[in-house]
Design a protein around this ligand. Structure first.
Ligand SMILES: [Zn+2]
Length: 68
């Protein structure tokens, strides 16, 4: 029987598909490193890792070719 898993979501990567406890640890590590900042593209206040400049929804749009 599959274990119930909480769903993980953040501004760095959006939805996390977490299968292993190691990945849960990584998720918590990412949350610990993340700081509040304004997305460089849409200006939304998001919690991102220091080396990330844009939120996940902007990153998705850029990936889908919405960038201009
Ligand atoms: Zn954004």
């Amino acid at each position: 029987m599959p274990r119930e898993r909480p769903s993980y979501h953040d501004d760095n990567f959006g939805h996390w598909e977490i299968e292993d406890d190691e990945d849960v640890e990584f998720y918590h590590q990412v949350q610990k490193e993340s700081v509040w900042k304004n997305c460089q593209r849409c200006g939304a206040k998001v919690k991102l890792r220091p080396d990330y400049g844009i939120c996940n929804s902007c990153a998705d749009k850029i990936e889908q070719g919405w960038d201009y």
